[in-house]
Design a protein around this ligand. Structure first.
Ligand code: MN3
Length: 239
């Protein structure tokens, strides 16, 4: 049963909240709770400072979780995977679609974002294995991929994200999205930009302004030092 028919059928049958079933892979599963940071707030210094990490996680991410909970309650929905829920916003109750798109997107993107970073030197400094091969095949070299990713991050006007994604044909691509949208959101993101996230970078000013002020390219350049390539490989292979 697809999700739309599940919602329709279950909605007709029960008055309680509706559990939207999860079908996506475990690498992308996101529950309804605020996850703890997988490292101490200072662990990414000097590239990302502790105060930025603390405010980003404890205030911004926590705010998305709270507001998502409010929107789901208002929509009479429940889910065990928010990533699945936001993959087709058009199937959700119309009056909560914007709130779920923004806050569900914010929750999912940040949950992944924390995992896509790790203290410098704690893992491989560059992609390895199948992910490295795919990057070479799609972009020519790791450096070319980083340059294209950095361009996407720099050119995103205002708030948003830069992404390395795996498309349905298995090829890698770089895209960017505004606000808290992400490349799994059908009908929100252009079809050409849809794909499974392998790596994503928050380029909202709240992610870097305390330390880097207006110098977004400096933040992007520093961020490569704390990319968790093991997690990126897991996302690539699990997609
Ligand atoms: Mn953010």
């Amino acid at each position: 049963m697809n999700r739309r028919s599940f919602i329709t059928t279950a909605g007709a049958a029960v008055a309680g909240s509706i559990l939207v079933p999860s079908t996506s892979s475990a690498a992308f599963a996101v529950g309804l709770e605020l996850p703890a940071l997988p490292y101490a707030p200072a662990a990414l210094e000097p590239h990302i400072d502790a105060l930025t990490m603390t405010i980003h996680h404890d205030k911004h991410h926590a705010g998305y979780v709270t507001k998502l909970g409010d929107a789901l309650k208002a929509a009479n929905l429940n889910t065990d995977n928010v990533a699945e829920l936001i993959a087709d916003i058009s199937t959700l109750p119309v009056d909560q679609q914007t709130a779920i798109r923004n806050n569900g997107g914010g929750h999912v993107n940040h949950t992944w974002f924390w995992q896509w970073m790790a203290p410098a030197g704690s893992g491989p400094a560059a992609p390895e294995g199948k992910l490295a091969e795919a990057i070479q095949s799609s972009f020519g070299s790791i450096e070319d991929m980083k340059k294209a990713f950095g361009d996407a991050a720099a050119k995103r006007f205002g708030s948003g994200w830069a992404w390395l994604i795996k498309k349905a044909d298995g090829k890698l691509a770089i895209v960017s999205t505004p606000n808290q949208d992400n490349p799994l959101m059908k009908g929100v993101v252009p079809d050409s930009d849809l794909g499974a996230p392998v790596l994503g970078l928050d380029v909202w000013e709240h992610a870097y302004y305390l330390h880097y002020q207006n110098k977004r390219p400096d933040y992007v350049a520093a961020w490569w030092n704390v990319v968790n390539w093991k997690q990126a490989a897991a996302c690539f292979e699990g997609a």
